[in-house]
Design a protein around this ligand. Structure first.
Ligand SMILES: [Zn+2]
Length: 667
């Protein structure tokens, strides 16, 4: 996107977000899931970071909460109200940490991590230890006076243990058990159900009749202490303890983290444990622990620089529909599949979503280049929920079902009474399946874990129909498939990634040219350096290649679809390996002497050896170990659940080796 397009995009994003927020905060009605809205806000934030000159005072990124409701008395806040920026993955939180360290003069930063309760923010004022007023956040400066309703909440103390003048902040929430009971009752009475507990809590707190608020049995955690400024505790951790001593209900799960790695551990840990609590948690809040550093870091327009919300990725996200590919299945059935700008949903990257058939495309009304809301939930293949009309660009393109088969060029037909389209060539799908199985087999690309069975499955789901499709698959595209748990989808994607570097003979074999076996491929490979520059006229003169094979090669290269395939494979990142060594012969790093000055970096957890042991071994053999990837890195050792180093190494073309390969090297 160029600058002009970015400006236009920012304008549109602001409009959509504002509408969704107005609807949510003011009308108590949700028109978009939190996750989808978060996704849009995140995009806006990123674009504004790139072009700060486009940040305007009315941008949703600069606003907090919503407008106060008309029906309540207004309260002007004594203390400025902030909200946090969101991050969703490890590399983003590490960037945050680096920024913190840099701004306080390259010192180590420690943090306090707290669960982020999915409720409604409130501000309580106490005078001489007596509860005076309670307000919603409103627009950050003026909120609604909901004192009467807050007084119905048992966990909000009406009198503190010390006669202090203070302002505290916290989160009102409805327990899951109460929420479920309430919705059951509403269902019985034919009343509309609450979409989520936050809605229900917000609705209750905004009741003009405090009796109704009382019935909803709300609860409250307090986490921030902002007045008086004197005697403020010296760290966030101390502050939470102090709040507890004053008689507030503080969520017990807050945790001191010595460094950002501990924060990430806490975040991962609670992602697994969060459902066992009786309240909704949508992430953690990470705060620089030392007050001294907090003061040095200060605030931006709407957020403290020293704190951030580290959320768990939701089941939905927004992204761009880049193109629609018509995939041919084994039976010749043609399925439209949306190719998306890769997006993180629930912690893994998704790049495809099924569109099922032409009727579904019509129902969705979606066009190419639209911004779409994609959902990945449970065992269902990622699919498009809807597109966002306000974000449609002028050059959005209608999706057309092709007249001819994208694989074999035969006519596309629609059988009466069926919604699907088919290739009229009955052999098309099955033939393609055989080609693909050959392509990934041991003699060719040798992709571990990708046998004929999986090929069938991937074709049936519309994830692949051409060889080049294999290389753009992402982990999130596979996870919801039967037989693919988190680990096996990760393993397959890693194997595919690794196979991209291939020797020339194997590459030639993968093409499935008639009469070209291993020996012929080796002979051919010795004469050429670039697969697209085969010396066609001299083929017969190469010793060992007969006229039959020569003709077959010539024929293969005369077909447009084959040339297209070569181009697509090149685009997919296939590289011809220079060395002509068979993979099981010793590589240069295999011997101790070869490790001299070689730089190793580790990522993820290893199974049979600790990282420290691994590092020691490398050093003992004359190699070096670094903590981060740079272009000087020689090897990245890939363990389970790798971090951002993996992506970085891939981008820099660093050699990535498995734990097993690493063990072979240091043996
Ligand atoms: Zn066909």
């Amino acid at each position: 996107m160029d600058k002009k397009q970015t400006k236009e995009r920012i304008k549109k994003l602001k409009k959509v977000i504002q509408e969704a927020r107005h609807s949510y905060h003011v009308l108590d009605k949700s028109i978009m899931s939190d996750a989808a809205l978060d996704s849009l806000k995140h995009e806006l934030y990123e674009l504004e970071q790139k072009y700060p000159e486009f940040i305007t005072a009315d941008s949703p990124s600069q606003r907090i909460g919503g407008k106060p409701l008309e029906k309540f008395k207004k309260l002007r806040h004594i203390v400025s109200q902030w909200s946090f920026n969101d991050v969703f993955d490890e590399s983003e939180i590490k960037n945050f940490d680096q920024r913190m360290a840099r701004e306080i003069g390259n010192k180590e930063v420690d943090y306090t991590a707290e669960l982020k309760i999915d409720g409604m923010h409130i501000i309580l004022t106490y005078e001489k230890g007596v509860f005076k007023t309670g307000a919603t956040r409103g627009d950050g400066k003026i909120g609604e006076d909901v004192t009467q309703n807050l007084k119905t909440i048992e966990s909000i103390p009406l009198r503190l243990k010390k006669a202090l003048d203070i302002v505290v902040e916290g989160e009102i929430f409805m327990r899951k058990s109460v929420f479920n009971k309430l919705n059951k009752k509403r269902k019985r009475l034919n009343q509309p159900l609450f979409a989520n507990p936050r809605n229900a809590a917000a609705g209750a707190i905004r009741q003009l009749n405090p009796m109704i608020a009382a019935e909803r049995q709300l609860d409250c955690f307090i986490y921030d202490y902002s007045w008086p400024e004197k005697n403020i505790p010296l760290s966030q951790f101390e502050e939470l303890k102090r709040l507890k001593e004053l008689g507030f209900k503080v969520n017990k799960k807050f945790h001191y983290c010595q460094n950002i790695d501990k924060v990430i551990e806490f975040w991962k840990d609670w992602q697994k444990k969060k459902d066992s609590e009786d309240y909704w948690v949508d992430g953690i809040v990470v705060k620089v622990n030392k007050r001294e550093y907090q003061n040095m870091l200060g605030y931006t327009g709407k957020a403290p620089r020293w704190a951030i919300a580290f959320k768990w990725p939701g089941e939905q996200a927004t992204t761009a529909l880049e193109k629609v590919v018509f995939q041919v299945g084994r039976t010749g059935k043609i399925t439209p599949v949306a190719w998306l700008k890769p997006v993180n949903i629930k912690g893994t990257i998704v790049s495809r979503a099924t569109l099922h058939n032409a009727d579904e495309i019509k129902r969705l009304g979606v066009k190419i280049k639209d911004t779409v809301i994609v959902e990945k939930a449970g065992d269902v293949i990622p699919h498009i929920i809807r597109f966002i009309p306000e974000l449609r660009p002028k050059n959005a393109k209608e999706i057309q079902t092709p007249g001819v088969c994208p694989i074999c060029g035969s006519k596309v037909i629609r059988i009466k009474g069926e919604v699907a389209h088919y290739c009229s060539n009955k052999k098309c799908g099955a033939r393609q399946k055989n080609k693909l199985s050959w392509f990934v087999s041991k003699k060719a690309f040798d992709i571990e874990g990708l046998g004929p069975k999986i090929i069938n499955q991937l074709m049936d789901e519309g994830l692949i129909s051409k060889a080049s499709d294999i290389f753009s698959l992402k982990q999130g595209d596979l996870e919801s498939l039967e037989r693919f748990a988190e680990k096996s989808s990760f393993n397959l994607i890693s194997a595919i990634e690794k196979s991209k570097a291939i020797t020339l003979p194997k590459f030639i074999i993968s093409l499935g040219i008639k009469y070209i076996g291993e020996e012929t491929a080796e002979l051919l490979a010795e004469k050429i350096t670039d697969i697209k520059k085969i010396p066609q006229e001299n083929l017969e003169q190469i010793k060992g290649i007969g006229p039959k094979a020569a003709n077959s090669i010539k024929h293969w290269f005369s077909q447009k679809e084959n040339i297209d395939l070569l181009k697509e494979l090149e685009k997919a990142g296939i590289r011809i390996k220079k060395e002509k060594l068979a993979p099981h012969r010793p590589s240069e790093a295999r011997t101790g002497a070869g490790l001299k000055d070689k730089i190793f970096v580790f990522t993820g957890e290893m199974e049979s050896i600790s990282r420290e042991k691994g590092k020691e071994k490398v050093k003992a053999l004359g190699g070096k170990t670094h903590n981060s990837i740079s272009k000087n890195t020689d090897f990245l050792v890939l363990g389970q659940n790798p971090g951002s180093k993996y992506e970085k190494a891939k981008n820099l073309g660093i050699k990535i080796i498995s734990e097993k390969e690493f063990l072979d090297i240091i043996k």
